[in-house]
Design a protein around this ligand. Structure first.
Ligand code: ZN
Length: 213
């Protein structure tokens, strides 16, 4: 699906609102020259350590259950956890202070994304698009936010399906693994604007995870 999208302040970080055009593009069956592989698939900042990635301490705000995202997010975490070629795991925390990855859902009107990952440095400042590609910068914590209003009123003229919403969550968690966007012509949960329904990391994603984790 080809799409146009609105860029926001956190353009690298969010699953953008897309306006779908009725053009069908065949997905490539063989390797795509646009595929980002190994180190090129990752932001350049210092991400969470491999030890942390292996048992990521996470916490969810009551807005997650309140707006109905509990099982979608647990399924999204499991999709990464289930990748056997990389050591990725999740450890639920009772206190937000103990968590490095924190989940929220909001119902705001006027946001330009379905989901976003907001990384913060150790001073509590949100990292900019430039920061996340700066090798001298280090992530400390991240907030993942689901924009429920946009999920319910998508640019497709309907609510997103569960499968679509799951891929939004998988995509944003992928950013917490320091994965950057892949081109929409690639087959990846990290495609920048296409609304995907892969249900989990693709072969390209798994190969990149194996390289780092
Ligand atoms: Zn993204």
């Amino acid at each position: 699906m080809k799409s146009v999208f609105k860029r926001g302040m956190s353009s690298w970080l969010s699953k953008m609102i897309v306006v779908a055009l009725p053009i069908v593009v065949a997905l490539p069956l063989t390797a795509n020259a646009a595929d980002l592989k190994d180190g090129a698939a990752y932001w350049k900042y210092t991400g969470f350590s491999n030890t942390k990635i292996a048992a990521m301490p996470w916490w969810e705000d009551s807005s997650i259950s309140g707006l109905g995202y509990t099982t979608i997010l647990s399924d999204a975490r499991y999709a990464w956890d289930a990748v056997t070629v990389a050591n990725i795991g999740y450890s639920k925390q009772i206190s937000s202070a103990d968590a490095s990855l924190r989940f929220y859902a909001v119902n705001d009107v006027g946001l330009n994304y379905y989901g976003v990952l907001k990384p913060y440095d150790s001073l509590g400042n949100q990292m900019s698009d430039a920061d996340i590609d700066n090798p001298s910068k280090t992530i400390y914590k991240a907030n993942l936010v689901i924009a429920n209003y946009n999920v319910q009123h998508s640019a497709l003229g309907r609510a997103l399906t569960r499968a679509e919403t799951l891929d939004v969550a998988i995509h944003e968690i992928g950013h917490s693994l320091a994965l950057r966007h892949q081109d929409d012509s690639s087959v990846s949960v990290m495609e920048e604007t296409d609304m995907t329904t892969y249900g989990g990391p693709t072969t390209l994603d798994k190969n990149n995870l194996a390289w780092k984790y």
